[in-house]
Design a protein around this ligand. Structure first.
Ligand SMILES: *[C@@H]1O[C@H](CO)[C@@H](O)[C@H](O)[C@H]1NC(C)=O
Ligand SMILES: *[C@@H]1O[C@H](CO)[C@@H](O)[C@H](O)[C@H]1NC(C)=O
Ligand SMILES: *[C@@H]1O[C@H](CO)[C@@H](O)[C@H](O)[C@H]1NC(C)=O
Ligand SMILES: *[C@@H]1O[C@H](CO)[C@@H](O)[C@H](O)[C@H]1NC(C)=O
Ligand SMILES: *[C@@H]1O[C@H](CO)[C@@H](O)[C@H](O)[C@H]1NC(C)=O
Ligand SMILES: *[C@@H]1O[C@H](CO)[C@@H](O)[C@H](O)[C@H]1NC(C)=O
Ligand SMILES: *[C@@H]1O[C@H](CO)[C@@H](O)[C@H](O)[C@H]1NC(C)=O
Ligand SMILES: *[C@@H]1O[C@H](CO)[C@@H](O)[C@H](O)[C@H]1NC(C)=O
Ligand SMILES: *[C@@H]1O[C@H](CO)[C@@H](O)[C@H](O)[C@H]1NC(C)=O
Length: 306
């Protein structure tokens, strides 16, 4: 099965559809304005709507290149330049045959809608608009992370992402291990036609190592960076309850120990004391302790015998 229609009726439908699509494309092209995207400093060409046939020359024509309807960028009459906007001086050239306008180097202020108007012997031949979007590249975003607080469970970090020198005003987006996050963004620009700086801030509680990315998007372009955030504080040996046999062993050892001490207290008090007295004769404290020790041991032995 190729999917091609077999019956004549189906074929007619297909042809009809094809025609419809073609019509739509035609209409779409007629309605759609020409768009040119360019970067600051580059050379850009803005196409016009007429090509002068080789049998003729620019002498019979008047050509106007205007910006935003009102400003004349460049005007030609009888084959020579009759006007040139000051801002475009030494930056523009017009092709004498297809009337394409070349601008170089591109500036941010050049952004806007341009019209080319062609007259022949004072009769309008055509006019057409072309929209010029000027962009300037942003720097690769710089992500920095600063630890603001930390505990055993999490590390609180202030993440900053910044990028500068671009145009137009960008969007800033982020992802945390593939989950989108919102930056608290702020923009700085000297004017609406100056390069922008953008800074995004974020406070995060990092409980495990995560990958954060920051993306700056402007006029169909994007620059992004990612950074691996490491949880900084790792607490030494968390208090995990020991297994049962360890507990039992500890209890047995403890009981044996207590038993040994009790036995020692009962049968060796005088012996130990005489030794300690001899050893610590000089120190008064030693003597005091010495006198106290047998009394307390006697008391315990009395109470235990009761
Ligand atoms: C106009 O002519 C120049 C060369 O003369 C060519 O580079 C450019 O592509 C042409 N533009 C159009 C729209 O035909
Ligand atoms: C274009 O012209 C219109 C008025 O005709 C004005 O409101 C608008 O600000 C102009 N735009 C630019 C970019 O100069
Ligand atoms: C254009 O170039 C000429 C000659 O190189 C120079 O005299 C003039 O000042 C320049 N104009 C601008 C606006 O830069
Ligand atoms: C650039 O010009 C286009 C067309 O006039 C306009 O839609 C767009 O907003 C302009 N861009 C800026 C940043 O002003
Ligand atoms: C990123 O920002 C930090 C702090 O502002 C700075 O020290 C560093 O040089 C920057 N790195 C780049 C590549 O711009
Ligand atoms: C990120 O998520 C998208 C869908 O949300 C998925 O297609 C992609 O594989 C994921 N990438 C990674 C590295 O997890
Ligand atoms: C974003 O930052 C501004 C100033 O830095 C602050 O006033 C505001 O509360 C912050 N917004 C959020 C949602 O964190
Ligand atoms: C991070 O966690 C600490 C305590 O666990 C809490 O006080 C703080 O508000 C949290 N910060 C954020 C941004 O969720
Ligand atoms: C972080 O994620 C981005 C995509 O979201 C990926 O391109 C990058 O390689 C990752 N970096 C690390 C250190 O895992």
């Amino acid at each position: 099965m190729t999917g091609l229609p077999a019956s004549p009726a189906a074929l007619r439908t297909w042809l009809g559809l094809g025609l419809f699509v073609l019509l739509c494309l035609g209409i779409g092209q007629a309605l759609e304005k020409k768009v040119v995207r360019s970067k600051v400093g580059e050379k850009v060409s803005l196409p016009c709507c007429h090509e002068i046939p080789s049998s003729e020359s620019l002498h019979k024509y008047r050509v106007y290149w205007q910006k935003n309807i009102t400003d004349v960028v460049l005007a030609y009459s009888e084959g020579s330049k009759i006007f040139q906007h000051e801002r475009y001086q030494n930056r523009t050239e017009m092709d004498p045959w297809n009337l394409t306008l070349w601008i170089s180097p591109m500036e941010i202020l050049d952004n806007g809608s341009y019209q080319c108007v062609v007259q022949r012997n004072s009769v309008l031949v055509c006019s057409e608009s072309v929209i010029l979007f000027v962009t300037a590249d942003f720097s690769t975003p710089n992500i920095t992370a600063e630890v603001s607080a930390e505990s055993c469970d999490s590390t609180e970090m202030v993440i900053t992402c910044s990028s500068h020198g671009g145009f137009p005003k960008p969007k800033i987006s982020g992802a945390l291990n593939n989950m989108s996050v919102e930056w608290n963004a702020s923009w700085v620009s000297e004017s609406s036609f100056s390069p922008y700086s953008v800074t995004g801030k974020l406070v995060l509680n990092v409980t495990k190592d995560v990958n954060i990315s920051c993306s700056v998007e402007y006029s169909g372009f994007a620059k992004s960076t990612s950074l691996l955030l490491k949880k900084t504080k790792n607490c030494v040996v968390p208090p995990v309850p020991p297994p049962y046999n360890v507990i039992t062993a500890s209890i047995i050892i403890l009981i044996t120990f207590i038993l040994a001490i009790t036995l020692a207290a009962r049968y060796l008090p005088r012996h130990v004391c005489s030794q300690c007295c001899k050893r610590q004769d000089s120190a008064e404290e030693g003597v005091k302790e010495c006198t106290k020790a047998p009394m307390s041991s006697k008391m315990t032995s009395e109470t235990s015998s009761v």
